[in-house]
Each structure stands twice: as C-alpha cells, then as structure tokens.
Design a protein around this ligand. Structure first.
Ligand code: SF4
Length: 228
C-alpha cells in the first residue's frame, strides 16, 4: 500500500489523494498492487465498522432490530455489532418517539460515546415528533439537541430504509477530510464532543433546544395565486 511521500503524514492528504494518477492506479491494481492514501484508509476502516448503540425508544426500534436479523443482515455493512455501552459505540440510531422525559437521557448517552460519533434519526418521530408532534410530551425532533447526520423518513421506515441510511452515512464518512477547513467535528478542537443536557422545566425542557445545533428552517409557502 502507498501512504504518500514527502510531507509528514496528515499534512497534505487532500493534495496527495489528487496526485494518484487513476491510470497508474488501475494498472497497478491489475498487478495486485493497491494504492491508497492514509485518509482513504482511515475513512474506509471507520465506515466499514460502525458500531451502533443498542437501544430503541418505540416502534421504529422493531424495524431496526429486523434490520439486524438474517433476512436483511446489517452485518453486510459492518454495522452488526450493537454495543450495550455508549463507551463502545460510535453510532446512535434514534429509533422511535423521543419523549421530553427521555430526551435528556438520550443526550447524556450521546455525550458518553467517544468521538468520532454519528447520529441517525430513524422515523418521523425522531425527526419531528411524527404523529405525536402536537403532543405536549413529545420532542419535535432529536435535532433540537443532537447533530443529526442522516434522517430516515417513514412511520416506520422499513429495514431497507435503515440500510439505505447506513450506506448514506458510510458515503459521508468516506468523504471526510483529515485536514483543512472541511474537517469533521471530531477533528476540530474548538467544537467539543459534549452537548448540553436539557433539564426538566415547569412547562418544557430547559432550554427547549440547543441553538448551537438546531436552526429553524423556513417553511416553503406557496405563492398566492394572482387574480386577473
Ligand atoms: S415514526 Fe411511527 S413507527 Fe416510528 S416510533 Fe413513531 S409512531 Fe412508531
């Protein structure tokens, strides 16, 4: 394997990746010689061994469990090692309704996971509150407190949809840079790996959202029909 030359490891990885001639790479691979960069190798290792945290919140968790069974076999994507401890997991699949009573515990579990770590919001409830959106006791999306990487719509999403979400996450990990301005969160010292745990207020969670993570999205509104 080729790990680049010249600058110290990690100094110019994006430039090194561009320096590998595709024709030469193809020619070498025919001879059984594989070329890569440290960045590609690092990302390949991480995306191929994502370990989810072993927890579920409601009906969507049944679909998540089904994805790990023989018919769908999440092991094909290297993500079958569901860990019972957040210290050993790097993927949180928020599968199900997040009640306001449960939200602080979900954030605390995420804080206990080591970096680099990722979040998949699985199902309408985890994304927005789903059918319980208007309920007084249901959080309107876990993205109010956690940095969601992938959202999977549906009520519930089928296991294939979760597999699709994991593939999308793998693509995201594969494209991450180890250096430069486009570095992911876990490689930027100014961004910590811990997120504020909300408390139980008199009427709502305090604070109701983490402004560092959540931004209100403008609602797409149809234009008023013009009268002639
Ligand atoms: S999105 Fe639907 S299936 Fe999933 S937890 Fe909510 S109500 Fe249940």
């Amino acid at each position: 394997m080729w790990f680049g030359h010249g600058p110290a490891p990690g100094a110019r990885l994006s430039e090194d990746a561009a320096m590998i001639d595709e024709g030469l790479r193809s020619e070498l691979s025919k001879q059984g010689v594989f070329t890569t960069t440290l960045q590609e190798l690092y990302n390949w290792g991480r995306r191929s061994s994502v370990w989810p945290l072993n927890f579920g919140l409601a009906c969507c968790a049944i679909e998540m469990i089904a994805a790990s069974m023989a018919r769908f076999d999440i092991a094909r994507f290297g993500a079958e090692v569901f860990r019972p401890s957040p210290r050993q997991a790097d993927l949180m699949i928020v599968a199900g309704t997040v009640t306001k009573k449960m939200a602080p515990l979900v954030v605390r579990l995420f804080n206990q996971m080591p970096e680099p770590k990722y979040v998949i919001a699985m199902g309408a409830c985890a994304i927005s509150g789903g059918p319980f959106k208007q309920g007084y006791n249901v959080l309107k999306g876990i993205d109010r407190y956690l940095p969601v990487d992938i959202s999977i719509p549906g009520c519930p999403p089928r296991p294939e949809a979760l597999l699709h979400g994991i593939i999308a996450l793998q693509k995201k990990i594969a494209g991450q840079k180890l250096t430069g301005d486009g570095r992911p969160r876990h490689l930027r010292e100014e961004i910590g790996g811990e997120y504020p745990v909300p408390g139980y207020g008199a009427f709502d969670l305090e604070p109701p959202k983490n402004p560092e993570v959540w931004r209100a999205r403008p609602l797409p509104r149809e234009k008023e029909p013009t009268r002639s």
